[in-house]
Write a protein that binds this ligand. Structure first.
Ligand SMILES: [Zn+2]
Length: 97
């Protein structure tokens, strides 16, 4: 699993041509945009990095630290559910901490 995209509100950046047609990738990044919006943007990045660094102490490996960030866990869990954002409750990522 490689990082193919990145969401920096209000934009989604993708790494390769054709990625815009990758509905799962785009849905994953849209989940991040929602997380960012509901955390008023800047606190999201602080929490994201903080969660990553904390995980790095716990797991001592980049990939484990990254994939266990609560925001990533929510996005990976629901990226294939294209209706997820319609039914998602605010701050749903807290269930993944
Ligand atoms: Zn992600």
């Amino acid at each position: 699993m490689h990082v193919q995209g990145m969401a920096i509100f209000p934009f989604i950046f993708v790494k390769y041509r054709g990625a815009k047609q990758d509905v799962v990738l785009i849905n994953h990044e849209k989940i991040h945009l929602r997380q960012q919006l509901e955390m008023l943007i800047l606190p999201f990045y602080i929490c994201y990095i903080g969660n990553y660094l904390w995980n790095l102490i716990l797991y001592k490996k980049h990939y484990e630290a990254y994939s266990n960030i609560c925001f990533e866990r929510e996005a990976y869990e629901y990226e294939r559910d294209l209706d997820y954002l319609k039914k998602r409750k605010i701050w749903a990522f807290r269930h993944f901490f």
